[in-house]
Design a protein around this ligand. Structure first.
Ligand SMILES: C[S@@+](CC[C@H](N)C(=O)[O-])C[C@H]1O[C@@H](n2cnc3c(N)ncnc32)[C@H](O)[C@@H]1O
Length: 380
């Protein structure tokens, strides 16, 4: 039942970054309550990918112990990190050089530090990348959350990743319980979406098939930013799952009402077969949030009716545009993306920088059921 699934484990809600588009750092979890190795040991083997995320995973002092439990359970273990602490990552890499490390960078220099509220963050991240590569890491990459404030730097960030042979993982703004945010909205959809075009062309111009697939995913990001429908039903709860820091299982990181059960109680198998899990999967199929998360990258390339088969539409786009770019022409974006079809949305409040601004975070505990505020009318 779980074979071939992706699982993200939100190890903590503690974080030293103070991102403007994610406010998890205002609601840290309590270390004593955070999911531990005994609960994670209940997970079966055979996951396609397990991603350790947060909050900031490197703040978990038992990170190597958690990784030791999870590494045998998956083909690929990924750590999403702000990269501010190099040592915990270097320790992981020394033991498992094949671990994928994705360092979140949201701009060059001061731009990153402003968006992510990180003191000297860009320089520290780049030092971490160099340190990990020197320590023998085989899969280090950058992760960028595309938004109005950094959309003019996408090519530069991609070149930076290429300069050390790294991958680039792309996302754009979402609202949901993982980010403890409900008011992220592009200020200028058209400008932000258009800014992705040169990156797509550049991704297709490379020799790496992984970057070509990213190009197709980035085309979906353009449509997401414009507010256009994804056009296929969400596989959350089937294709990917999320565990929160208290061990509760969710179909996705967005809707807290898609809770499937508690891994602390019962077995993994009973959890996935529970009525709560079935209901969450059904609700996900009907969801109108229209997310375009990194979890959707793989299903985007699969046939939506017969997921074992590739998507003819996606692969035709990829092959045709790889050829076009090789011949020196950019993809025909005017044909592929209906730019006139743009969502109105609401007037977005400015995402102010938290860099250097005083703030006292308030801890959240499991019994509070703290996600209520991150439900919204679209969940019905
Ligand atoms: C929530 S962070 C947690 C892991 C780690 N602290 C980090 O900085 O990568 C995981 C990724 O989500 C991205 N992110 C933050 N806020 C987001 C939002 N509102 N929508 C989509 N992605 C977001 C971050 O930039 C980062 O790449």
């Amino acid at each position: 039942m779980f074979a071939g699934m992706d699982l993200s484990v939100i190890l903590t809600y503690r974080c030293q970054s103070r991102c403007s588009m994610c406010q998890v750092w205002q609601h840290p979890s309590v270390p004593a309550e955070e999911i531990g190795p005994a609960t994670l040991a209940k997970l079966p083997n055979g996951f396609r990918t397990i991603t350790l995320t947060g909050g900031e995973p490197t703040l978990r002092e038992d990170l190597p112990e958690l990784a030791a439990v999870l590494r045998p359970k998956t083909r690929r273990l990924v750590v999403m990190t702000n990269g501010l602490l190099a040592e915990p990552l270097a320790e992981l890499v020394a033991r498992w050089p094949d671990i994928a490390i994705r360092v979140s960078v949201d701009g060059h220099g001061a731009k990153n530090d402003t968006i992510r509220g990180e003191e000297n963050g860009y320089a520290r991240k780049m030092a971490t990348v160099r340190h990990l590569l020197a320590a023998g890491a085989r899969d280090v990459g950058l992760a960028v959350t595309i938004q109005d404030d950094n959309c003019d730097q996408l090519l530069a960030l991609f070149k930076m990743a290429q300069s050390f042979g790294g991958d680039i993982s792309l996302a754009t703004l979402h609202n949901g319980f993982l980010f403890h945010k409900i008011d992220n909205e592009p200020y200028n959809r058209l400008r932000t979406a258009r800014a992705i075009q040169p990156l797509i062309t550049e991704l297709l111009a490379t020799r790496r098939p992984r970057f070509w697939r990213q190009a197709y995913f980035a085309l979906g990001l353009m449509k997401k930013i414009l507010g256009q429908p994804r056009g296929w039903r969400c596989p959350a709860g089937r294709d990917f799952l999320y565990l929160d820091p208290w061990g509760r299982l969710y179909a996705c990181p967005i809707r807290p009402d898609l809770e499937m059960g508690d891994l602390n109680i019962g077995t993994w198998r009973s959890l996935l077969k529970s009525p709560g899990a079935a209901e969450a999967r059904t609700r996900a199929l009907r969801c109108t949030h229209n997310c375009w998360l990194t979890d959707h990258a793989r299903p985007a390339l699969r046939n939506h009716r017969w997921p074992r088969l590739p998507s003819w539409r996606a692969w035709r786009w990829l092959v045709a545009n790889k050829v076009r770019v090789t011949l020196g022409h950019p993809p025909p974006f005017e044909r592929d993306v209906p730019f006139h079809d743009m969502a109105q949305g609401f007037i977005a409040p400015r995402r102010e920088s938290w860099l250097g601004r005083p703030y006292t975070p308030v801890e959240q505990v499991k019994t509070e059921r703290p996600y209520g505020a991150f439900n919204n009318v679209m969940n019905k």
